[in-house]
Design a protein around this ligand. Structure first.
Ligand code: G6P
Length: 613
């Protein structure tokens, strides 16, 4: 979703703004722009905007030089992707970039129109810049005008503001992420630390309602209540551990491919804390976890997208291992429905980014209903969702750049398996022997995933056969039903082939009508208790001339034929089998998209971090 980079430095900041936007491209965007303050001309603002890629913007701005500026990648919410809707928006020598949605923009727009302000875009953002101009007429300085403006905004925002007359940038956030960067030759702000890696690792995360004035020699920071705050005291300085390698593709053709292949390593990192232990401590979820878990009688998982699918797998694990009910809800649905609150329920928010607006709002909503036992399962340490929850487990997938989530998903699964064991142990459902065995299985998981990756050449050959397909069906049963959903999601996200995931037993209740020789059916067929049932479902497909692509285990007795293609995963992995099967499906989607020539890391219309509703 939208990305912001802002800088005030002692030398030309244009290359940094462009590099920062390039680093933020992964968030998803449809246009880009920047506003530069030209010291030489006494502070005139120049603006460049492009509906193409950041590279086009770079071309436009290549001969520019400035020591302060703001830059933006836009993911359209209000108003089509076009140059006039691209940020920055300007009014009377002030420019603004914005990430989020202003919900009361219609009322503000009417008020500003009545005051004579002229609008030149269809965005909600434009009200912000006119309102700042309006309030600046009476405010003592730009900082005050921005702070007053923010008080009138309803909705979600991270903003950066620059004025021709001032050599500083003012930023503020509410609901959308924004952080400050403290450098030796300047000070900065950005949507995430990756944008600032070339100039600083010293990061300060802004809290809700903070307003900051960034200038060359320092940062003035004021909290939501108007108190002056001290950086390093009220807002800690974090040293980002993000490595340059994490945000580079290296030898891989795409970030998605790199991230698929990083899975053994990041699973090992996520599971590092179990070391050689034979037994788990609930403290891995936070110091108060033993008390909180002791009183839990059920689990509610809230998430969106791929993270929702990891929650669906966890439901099987939690009910089987812990013997307590587990429900999984799409966060955007839960937050608006009338539900029955249960204060003894553990509410688990799963989010790779930790910033997904719906997941964050759903946790706040659960808390408002009196459900205080909250756990964030997240890949971003200082994110809003982590800060909102009483307990946390941080996956260590590293930065995920490809919009289609891969390594974040499998590390979530590893963490959720730890949660299921922990709850099972607390509920005395798991013996010490079983616990030790599950931990051994987890320790072996990175190696097992590594073996699945060796299937890539065979999967590549399969992928060729999908190039002319318009639809695909993914089937799974039990634990692998959510993996069928995830396989279908991956395929539609990056190849634009319409795909649906179904529990195989449901085939005859509808989707069988779609099966013909043009509809590939991808089936996950591990050698588990449901294999014989699944085989009957596959027969139903075969007898309607459907073409089957089966991911089986080495010992699943499934026979190949002209229209039944079988790939065998190296190991049968019991309860953790979904982690292996999903890796095979990730590779399949990736190679199909490669054959189709789509923009794999930045699929059309999608965003990595969805900070609006
Ligand atoms: C977006 C991304 C998906 C992701 C979903 C939830 O739609 O494109 O890859 O699964 O958001 O994101 P989260 O950061 O909360 O896991």
């Amino acid at each position: 979703m939208c990305g912001i980079v802002a800088a005030v430095a002692d030398s030309n900041i244009v290359p940094l703004l462009i590099e920062g936007l390039t680093r933020l491209e992964y968030r998803g965007y449809d246009s880009a722009g920047l506003a530069l303050r030209d010291d030489a001309s006494g502070g005139a603002l120049s603006r460049f905007r492009s509906i193409g890629r950041v590279a086009d913007l770079a071309e436009q701005a290549k001969n520019q030089s400035a020591t302060s500026g703001i830059a933006h990648t836009r993911w359209a919410t209000h108003g089509i992707p076009s140059e006039r809707n691209a940020h920055p928006h300007m009014s009377d020598g002030i420019a603004v970039v914005h990430n989020g949605i202003i919900e009361n923009y219609v009322a503000l727009r009417e008020m500003l129109l009545a005051q004579g302000y002229v609008f030149s875009s269809d965005t909600d953002t434009e009200v912000i810049v006119h309102l700042i101009v309006h309030l600046a007429k009476t405010a003592p300085d730009l900082f005050t005008a921005v702070a007053q403006t923010c008080k009138q905004l309803e909705g979600i925002y991270a903003i950066a503001v620059i004025r021709a007359a001032d050599n500083c940038v003012i930023v503020s956030r509410h609901g959308a992420p924004l952080l400050l960067g403290l450098g030796d030759h300047g000070n900065y702000a950005a949507s995430d630390a990756s944008a600032l890696l070339s100039v600083t690792r010293k990061i300060v995360y802004l809290e809700e309602g903070d307003v900051a004035e960034i200038s060359l020699h320092g940062i003035r920071l004021v909290g939501a209540e108007g108190a002056l705050l001290k950086i390093g005291v009220d807002r800690p300085i974090h040293i980002s551990t993000l490595s340059a390698a994490e945000v580079e593709k290296g030898d891989y053709a795409h970030f998605m491919q790199k991230e698929i292949f990083e899975q053994p390593e990041v699973l090992a990192a996520t599971l590092e804390m179990i070391g050689g232990a034979q037994s788990l401590s609930p403290n891995i979820f936070g110091a108060t976890a033993p008390d909180i878990f002791a009183d839990v009688n059920s689990v509610l998982i809230l998430a969106c997208g791929t993270s929702f699918h990891s929650g669906l797998v966890a439901r099987y694990w939690i009910e089987q291992l812990a013997g307590i009910p587990c429900t999984v809800e799409i966060a955007s649905e839960y937050r608006y429905r009338v539900s029955v609150p249960n204060p003894r329920q553990l509410v688990v928010a799963i989010s790779q980014s930790g910033e997904t607006a719906d997941t964050l709002a759903s946790i706040k909503f659960a808390k408002s209903l009196g459900m205080e036992k909250t756990l964030a399962l997240c890949n971003a340490p200082e994110s809003a969702i982590v800060r909102e929850c009483a307990l946390r487990f941080l996956t260590r997938a590293g930065k995920e750049i490809g919009v289609a989530s891969t390594k974040a998903f499998t590390t979530q699964l590893a963490a959720l398996f730890l949660l299921a064991i922990t709850l099972g142990k607390i509920g005395r459902r798991i013996s010490a022997k079983d616990e030790a065995e599950y931990l051994n299985d987890l320790r072996h998981l990175p190696l097992a995933v590594q073996k699945v990756l060796t299937l890539e050449p065979a999967i590549k050959i399969w992928a060729q056969r999908f190039a002319d397909k318009h639809h695909a069906l993914f089937l799974g049963r039990g634990l692998h039903y959510p993996i069928a959903l995830e396989g279908a999601l991956k395929l539609k996200e990056i190849s634009y082939i319409h795909a649906e995931g179904y529990p195989a037993g449901e085939l005859k209740h509808g989707p069988l009508a779609l099966v013909d020789e043009d509809m590939p059916v991808i089936s996950i067929a591990p050698n588990d208790a449901l294999l014989s049932k699944l085989k009957s479902n596959l027969e139903e497909v075969a007898s309607r001339s459907g073409e089957l692509y089966v991911f089986a285990d080495a010992d699943s007795a499934i026979t190949e034929s002209a229209r039944v293609h079988v790939l065998r995963l190296p190991e049968h992995y019991g309860l953790l089998s979904p982690v292996l099967h999903v890796v095979a499906l990730q590779l399949l989607s990736y190679h199909i998209a490669l054959v189709k020539g789509t923009d794999i890391d930045k699929p059309r219309n999608l965003a990595k971090s969805v900070t609006v509703e």
